[in-house]
Design a protein around this ligand. Structure first.
Ligand SMILES: C[S@@+](CC[C@H](N)C(=O)[O-])C[C@H]1O[C@@H](n2cnc3c(N)ncnc32)[C@H](O)[C@@H]1O
Length: 183
């Protein structure tokens, strides 16, 4: 589902990033598995709120920031302008090379994607992970139906559940954070 944010939405997101960057986005980035040399994917990177903290943790690795929106990718380019280990990609459903990432994360992305589209997005995402690779998502807990769909599709695509936790996010409420491993 193609969608471009308004200037106001971008402005408000930048404001939230300044206000809650450490407590929301850095906290999530700190829990992602990393040694520093991984190839990692930020699926639905937006303005790079999480990527800003993840790119710092990959001095010998690479972070691919992918989004369906040109405007969000432009905002992301500005957020990450000081990093040399980042690649920006405009989403196209046949874009991701097979078994190319050690880890991927989706931060408040999957719940917004219609079920019919998730049926093709999740196999693509799962296929882009190396065997033993890790996928982490954080999505609003209240969206129970969508969360069930996401879990089902992940498991149908050779991803096994490893761990979950509930985090409380200012202004957004409770979110489910889950870790899956590619078989
Ligand atoms: C709520 S924002 C979250 C952005 C960022 N992950 C964060 O937490 O600040 C959702 C993002 O997912 C992107 N998105 C939605 N559908 C997508 C798709 N099919 N492929 C890639 N990105 C998508 C949107 O353009 C938007 O940037």
């Amino acid at each position: 589902m193609k969608y471009e944010p308004s200037r106001l939405e971008i402005f408000l997101t930048k404001f939230a990033f300044l206000l809650c960057g450490k407590s929301v986005y850095k906290a999530f980035a700190d829990r992602l598995p990393h040694k520093g040399n991984e190839r990692m994917l930020d699926f639905g990177c937006g303005m790079g709120t999480v990527a800003f903290y993840v790119a710092k943790k990959l001095p010998d690795g690479q972070l691919t920031c992918l989004d369906i929106s040109v405007r969000w990718l432009n905002a992301c380019r500005k957020t990450l302008r000081s990093y040399r280990n980042v690649i920006l990609l405009l989403w196209n459903s046949r874009l991701l090379a097979k078994e190319s990432f050690d880890a991927a994360y989706c931060h408040f992305v999957l719940h917004d994607i219609p079920e019919s589209e998730l049926e093709s997005v999740i196999p693509e995402l799962a296929g882009s992970l190396k065997p033993g690779g890790v996928l982490v998502f954080r999505e609003p807990l209240q969206d129970t139906e969508k969360i069930s769909v996401i879990k089902r599709l992940l498991e149908q695509n050779r991803l096994s559940h490893k761990d979950s936790r509930i985090t409380d996010i200012p202004l957004m409420g409770n979110a489910l954070e889950s870790v899956y491993i590619k078989q």
